[in-house]
Design a protein around this ligand. Structure first.
Ligand code: GLY
Length: 347
């Protein structure tokens, strides 16, 4: 099982880890942004310039073409089986780098250094790797664990608020799934302050929660499905936003997905209407309005393509209560349409 390391000294932590890994060659995968903003922070003399691999930034480059380029670079630079790939970036880089590493020469080691809140909370932890394909998110990928995930708050300091909000939605999801103090703290935090110790503790708690779930069920046969809460509607929203070329982040989609799926939980599982109203208002106050109109029909049609379905309709993780998720709830078209009607700008 991979190791999640929290550190305020990324450079020292990386040096320690590289010594432990005893890699023959070290490669770093980045996008254009992290190569400019984050690589200088590592400042590691074990890394030679020809072993730096840079892909264009943006989810639309999480593609087979980019992976082919990564494999070609590894191959041309003579990467051996004992090579190690460091993925330095957001979820796009850690997902795609993990996938490239897991297939190259039937698998080389990799380390994730997530540089966005979203990647720290979710993407880089738990061994899901992949690329988008045929218009579908993460359609091709593997379950492959990194040697380690290094989480360094220094990378969060320069992130725009929109990016932070995107990761915060996954924290909110973890709070609803785990319950208790974690959720209360999240619902009372009005601003995301990455230099606040309290906030960094919440990040750590959130990552530890995900680690616990993933340890119990690494390949999503059962318990890990709880992490899909908010994502059935969320992924459908996100794919429509992508088609509309709207500026709408993964976490924005998850936040609105949480609203709809909590409402489904009220309808089907007896989840408290008061708590639903509170969470809904919290999200509407915090998250930007989406600028595109939504048709419930189109959203529903996108949900039918969700990977989690097993031929019986659309599969949801719902909540009976805070901290009490229930997996594998197949909902009728009518129930889903009712739940979607609580989203803004939906006809
Ligand atoms: N993002 C959900 C999971 O890793 O299972």
């Amino acid at each position: 099982m991979s190791l999640v390391l929290f550190t305020s000294d990324i450079r020292a932590e990386l040096i320690r880890l590289l010594e432990k890994c005893e890699a023959g060659q070290i490669f770093i995968l980045m996008d254009e942004n992290t190569s400019h903003d984050c690589l200088p922070v590592l400042n590691n003399d074990k890394i030679t310039p020809e072993h730096l691999i840079v892909v264009p930034a943006g989810e639309n480059h999480k593609s087979l073409a980019s992976v082919e380029m990564i494999w070609r670079r590894l191959s041309e630079q003579g990467a051996r089986r004992d090579a190690l790939l460091i993925n330095l970036g957001g979820g796009m880089v850690t997902d795609m780098g993990g996938f490239a590493a897991s297939c190259f020469k039937r698998g080389i080691k990799f380390i994730n250094i997530p540089t966005t809140l979203l990647a720290q909370i979710d993407a880089s932890v738990g061994g899901k790797t992949g690329i988008d394909f045929n218009g579908l998110k993460n359609e091709i990928g593997t379950f492959s664990l990194p040697e380690a995930v290094i989480i360094a708050p220094c990378f969060l300091k320069t992130l725009p608020r929109r990016q932070l909000l995107s990761g915060f939605a996954e924290m909110l999801k973890h709070g609803l799934l785990s319950g208790g103090r974690h959720l209360r703290k999240l619902l009372t935090s009005r601003e995301i302050d990455t230099s606040d110790r309290e906030f960094l503790c919440l990040v750590e708690e959130s990552v530890n929660f995900k680690e616990r779930v993933v340890k119990t069920d690494p390949t999503e046969r059962g318990l890990r499905k709880i992490l899909n809460f908010g994502h059935t509607v969320g992924h459908a929203l996100e794919s429509i936003a992508m088609r509309e070329q709207a500026e709408f982040y993964h976490g924005d989609a998850v936040a609105y997905g949480i609203i709809a799926e909590l409402y489904l939980s009220v309808l089907k599982m007896g989840f408290s209407r008061d708590i639903y109203n509170r969470v809904r208002q919290f999200i509407l106050d915090l998250y930007p309005e989406y600028t595109f109109s939504l048709s419930s029909e189109l959203l529903y049609e996108r949900m039918l393509h969700d990977k989690k379905n097993q031929g019986k309709g659309v599969n949801f993780t719902l909540l009976e209560d805070i901290g009490k998720p229930v997996i594998d709830n197949y909902c009728s078209r009518e129930e889903i349409m009712t739940a979607l009607s609580v989203l803004p700008k939906t006809d």
